[in-house]
Design a protein around this ligand. Structure first.
Ligand code: ATP
Ligand code: MG
Length: 627
């Protein structure tokens, strides 16, 4: 490998000749691809689909992939990470020790060897890196250490889609840091986060850093790098101040308490069969005129929703998984977001309470569930009784002192003027609502807006979860065993390649950024003129000798139209056309694929023009990240 110009990694200086290249482009979009990057990568002969979410890398695609990987390696090495390469085929035991053999769910490819021993194809490698560090390191003097690999990962995704974006076999760069304490972890986390930013800027992909939930990885702080693309499956929320959150971790600023001293006493009213929110409003507006003169709104109703927490097996429950019914109070104009509720009960999932669940709690009168049949108001202090009382939570939007129209735990009966904090209490506050655009931002800077994104990387401060579970200790300065703090950091390399293509294409084809293009220059000969063909050969050699990668369309039996179409589809950033103009006045045409501009230069000026264009077209790293 050699270097030319700032930051260009050159893999070959022999030109790639289209006459012999293992490449067939397609005129039409493949029928089974749903996003532009996949359609174009297949049509341009970069990848070939073998099965849903499983692709072959063809010569041009592999060149782009190798370039992205080389940039990742440079940045990882500069951040003090050391490269290793672990197997993808792994034994079950380490994943059982951390419970991920089960918790990872159906996404994990599991298989057996010929002796029946269980194995997996790794979806991620926290366990193996912890064991690796543990095998060799045992002293505080060995830490910090950061290891990484670039490797094929396997996930049996429920819906492989969008070509390389959600594959079942895909390429990830994953690094893992081990430090003596949390301060060390935070330092390594910041170095990795900076390295990720530099990678994304150098490969020419847009990203937003989004505060996120650590999911099956466990641990505390985590951020995602989201590529803002409408085809993304993720939604993140942006504040006017430019901060971003995954909706799963969005917090609501606590509302100010309301002075309830003038609110009338709570009253029980017979509402008959009014049960939907609309029926309740019609009834209330007719029969219960408000003292403030305005109409009742859905947001005046406290909707109490019965949910079930799915707890894993524990000793108090005969080592069996168990179901706990809870009730959550939310404003009547809003809906529950089960994932956000579940985030408050890790590692449990949460679902709507089933009929069976509710049968065990006759005190919850379906349709009339109120805050008094559960939570602190239903407890008597008597142990046996209280152990059956359902926990009651309030959504974070509900202010102390706010008054509500809500169920009274008897068929046909409701309460009005029931005041939070005065007439009923809760066991805690939850982020329970589906977030809406326009909700207040956690930083208080104004209403949230939503954007769709594709996650191209994620960084986690894992803490002690894996090191503890796998008994990794080192001796500290006082000779005492101490559990190292761990972080893990992943870049979706193949997914990033697809996102680059999403940002850099037009209706005619791909337009690669200079840093990752399969070649920097695409030279085309036009017509049958022998002199032009000779000049093209000469130019190609000049460029190659100067360390520039050239894709050379030297095909003789192909029309100019086809050559142009292929060049547009493949998307090499600079195109040089050697044809009629060369024969008549000694000039060649240099085109910039993405900008769509072109200039005519004397053939003997082509090399220097190309060299300065390459430098000026390289994606730049922001000043704040410069080393
Ligand atoms: P997603 O939410 O999109 O399924 P994830 O959060 O499960 O991704 P991580 O475990 O954080 O993924 O993996 C690190 C990176 O690997 C992701 O940020 C993403 O870029 C990439 N990645 C994850 N799953 C896939 C996949 N099925 N195909 C391609 N890349 C993937
Ligand atoms: Mg992730």
């Amino acid at each position: 490998m050699a270097f030319t110009g700032p930051g260009i990694l050159v893999f070959m200086t022999e030109p790639l000749r289209m006459s012999t290249l293992f490449l067939r482009t397609m005129r039409n979009d493949p029928a089974d691809e749903d996003v532009d990057s996949a359609k174009l990568l297949v049509r341009a002969g970069f990848i070939k689909k073998e099965a849903p979410g499983i692709f072959t890398w063809l010569p041009l695609g592999l060149r782009v992939l190798n370039k992205i990987e080389a940039i990742v390696r440079e940045e990882m090495n500069a951040a003090g990470s050391q490269e290793v390469h672990l197997p993808a085929l792994l034994p079950k035991d380490p994943y059982e020790a951390t419970h991920r053999w089960e918790e990872y769910g159906d996404d994990m490819f599991k298989l057996k060897d010929r002796h029946g021993a269980p194995y997996l194809l790794a979806p991620t490698h926290e366990e193996m890196f912890t064991l690796l560090a543990k095998s060799y390191f045992n002293s505080y003097k060995d830490l910090p250490v950061v290891l990484y690999q670039i490797q094929t990962k396997y996930r049996d995704e429920a819906r492989p889609r969008a070509g390389l974006i959600r594959g079942r076999e895909f390429i990830m760069e994953d690094s893992y840091s081990f430090t003596m304490d949390q301060t060390g972890l935070k330092q390594e986390y910041q170095r990795q986060r900076d390295a990720f930013e530099r990678v994304y800027q150098r490969v020419g992909v847009k990203y937003v850093i989004v505060k996120s939930f650590s999911g099956p990885m466990g641990g505390s702080a985590s951020e995602e790098f989201q590529s803002p693309l409408p085809i993304g499956e993720d939604t993140f929320a942006l504040s006017p101040a430019g901060k971003a959150w995954n909706v799963e971790v969005l917090t609501t600023p606590r509302p100010q308490a309301i002075d309830a001293s003038a609110t009338p006493a709570a009253a029980k009213v017979n509402v008959g069969s009014a049960r939907t929110i609309d029926q309740m409003l019609t009834y209330a507006n007719k029969s219960l005129p408000r003292s403030d003169g305005r109409q009742w709104a859905a947001s005046d109703i406290l909707k109490n929703v019965a949910l079930t927490i799915l707890h894993p097996a524990d000793q108090d429950h005969d080592n069996k998984p168990w179901r706990e019914v809870i009730v959550v109070g939310i404003p009547g104009d809003r809906e529950i977001d089960l994932k956000r509720v579940a985030a408050a009960f890790p590692p449990c999932d949460v679902e709507e309470a089933s009929e069976e669940d509710l049968k065990k709690h006759p005190e919850l009168v379906v349709g009339y569930i109120g805050p008094k049949a559960c939570g602190p108001n239903a407890r008597t202090g008597e142990k046996e009784h209280d152990s059956h009382v359902v926990r009651y939570f309030l959504d974070a939007h509900i202010a102390q002192g706010s008054q509500w129209y809500t169920g009274a735990d008897e068929k046909g009966m409701d309460y009005v003027h029931l005041v939070a904090g005065r007439d009923f209490q809760s066991d805690g506050t939850l982020e329970a609502l589906q977030v809406r655009e326009g909700d207040m931002s956690p930083d208080g800077s104004g209403p949230l807006s939503f954007q769709r994104g594709v996650e191209i990387g994620q960084v986690f401060q894992l803490g002690l979860k894996y090191t503890k579970a796998l008994n990794f200790t080192v001796l500290d300065q006082n000779g005492k065993p101490s559990t190292p703090w761990m972080g893990s950091y992943g870049i979706g390399v193949s997914r990033t390649l697809a996102c680059i293509a999403e940002f850099h294409h037009d209706e005619k084809g791909l337009c690669w950024p200079m840093s990752v293009a399969p070649a920097q220059v695409h030279v085309m000969t036009m017509g049958k003129n022998a002199q032009a063909a000779q000049e093209a050969e000469k130019l190609v050699h000049q460029l190659s000798d100067a360390g520039i990668e050239v894709l050379f369309d030297d095909r003789t039996k192909v029309s100019a139209g086809v050559k142009f179409k292929d060049a547009e589809l493949i998307g090499v950033p600079l195109e040089i056309v050697v044809g009629r103009d060369f024969v008549s006045n000694g000039t060649v045409e240099i085109r910039q694929r993405e900008a769509g501009t072109s200039q005519s230069v004397a053939a003997d000026q082509a090399l220097t023009t190309v060299q300065s264009l390459i430098t000026s077209m390289m994606p730049r790293v922001e000043d704040r990240l410069k080393r």
